[in-house]
Design a protein around this ligand. Structure first.
Ligand SMILES: Cc1ncc(COP(=O)(O)O)c(C=O)c1O
Length: 408
């Protein structure tokens, strides 16, 4: 096939997509043009419908710490599919899966499964409101917790709280968004005594893109305890990736409730709320929480296989070692090209910052054109990326930063 034919195959699908999918897409971060369509993936690579091979750093939006189609996960899912995908009843897998989470995550005394991270955030906040009898939620500037109403208010450039279109303005009255540069703001807000929960990405916003000073988290922990407010860590991305016990293990700070997702289900859909037994027990008495796909057997077996493999911390260290090398090489490439920019790293996650905002906006497309897929400006490394991947990714980055920095 010629390159034009390759491009045509993607363009045809994009055209069909525009007729049936809003914006021709299924996720806000997959709307870039030229749109590409993936046919299969394995290990650190994915292949497009025209056979083009990409080194992948989107890694299932962070879910695939062990890489694509890990043999243990594939085997578990294949075996389970033939045994049934939904029993409409309790099953042993949900018990084993919860036991693993309790054994790994410091704050997890009990676990309730959901179908996604967004749902787990919704449930964590409902538990916090029920437990405290308070309605107000505090979230932090720029921190992302999925797309539910309660966590969608944000601060505009003038520091005013706004809600996105489609979310009632009345909700802004119940969600306070706090800047993270001054713990005293948080302390003053909690001192009013009406806050059910403070929810945060303990890594800092967008899985470490905007780091959070550990002293702020420490102060939040103390202020929550002092004011009867529950501390919720959203570990949807960081859980099991940063360490077997997540960000809370690394920080040595234990929240009352943790929100989990992504790695916990090995690339299949799931989320979970894990936390203090007395809080989670409200789900047995006063809080209704149905959900057709809670702890579905397919996600459970993928999760069990994954958590078994990541429990000793070896895959996390392998992914982190790789990320350390990649960060060093990408930093050197910026320096030798004389292009302003930095690479920030949280464990196995890299964040690219280019000085020129237009270059920053173009870098993902430029990288894809060089055979490397990143998620917006972030790269999720896995335990199966290889030296060959590293060399190719360095060469690709060296070319892509020049292309992205060149005025059109
Ligand atoms: C920190 C954080 N919380 C919650 C979510 C929402 O999870 P899900 O996409 O499974 O609904 C995400 C998704 O990327 C996330 O990054």
């Amino acid at each position: 096939m010629t390159e034009a034919v390759h491009r045509r195959a993607h363009a045809d699908l994009a055209e069909r997509a525009r007729r049936v999918l809003p914006g021709g897409a299924t996720h806000a971060s997959r709307t870039y043009d030229p749109r590409i369509y993936v046919a299969r993936s394995s290990g650190s690579r994915k292949w497009l419908i025209d056979g083009t091979e990409l080194i992948d750093y989107t890694m299932g939006h962070g879910a695939l710490l062990l890489g694509h189609a890990h043999p243990a996960v594939v085997q578990a899912v294949q075996d389970q599919a033939s045994r049934g995908t939904h029993y409409g009843a309790a099953h042993p897998l949900e018990v084993a899966w919860a036991e693993q989470i309790v054994s790994l995550v410091p704050s997890a005394e009990k676990v309730r499964f959901t179908a996604s991270g967004t749902e787990a955030v919704m449930l964590a906040l409902r538990v916090a409101r029920a437990a405290t009898g308070r309605d107000r939620i505090v979230k932090l500037w720029e921190h992302f917790h999925g797309w539910s109403d309660a966590v969608s208010p944000f601060l505009d450039a003038d520091g005013r709280t706004r809600t996105p279109l489609g979310v009632p303005e009345a909700l802004t009255a119940l969600t306070t968004v706090i800047r993270t540069d001054n713990p005293a703001d948080l302390e003053a807000t909690l001192a009013r005594g009406d806050v059910a929960a403070v929810i945060m990405e303990a890594s800092g916003a967008h899985y470490g893109q905007l780091p959070l000073d550990p002293s702020f988290i420490d102060a939040a922990r103390s202020a929550c305890s002092a004011n009867g407010t529950l501390l919720v860590f959203d570990e949807v991305v960081t859980g099991f990736r940063i360490s077997p016990g997540g960000m809370q293990s690394v920080l040595g700070i234990t929240p009352d409730i943790s929100v989990l997702g992504k790695v916990m289900a090995g690339g299949l859909p799931s989320g979970a709320v894990a936390g203090r037994a007395d809080l989670l027990e409200l789900l047995a008495t006063t809080i209704a929480h149905p959900g057709t796909f809670n702890a579905n057997p397919l996600s459970a077996v993928a999760g069990i296989a994954t958590l078994r493999l990541v429990a000793d911390g070896v895959p996390q260290r392998r992914a982190e070692d790789y990320a350390v090398s990649l960060a060093a090489e990408w930093t050197a490439a910026l320096a030798s090209a004389g292009i302003e920019g930095t690479i920030r790293r949280l464990s196995s996650i890299l964040h690219i910052f280019l000085g020129d905002p237009r270059a920053q906006a173009r870098i993902a497309n430029a990288m894809r054109a060089e055979g490397v897929d990143i998620l917006n400006t972030s790269a999720f490394c896995s335990s199966v990326h290889t030296i060959a991947d590293l060399e190719l990714s360095v060469a690709a980055f060296a070319r892509a930063i020049v292309v992205a920095s060149t005025p059109e």
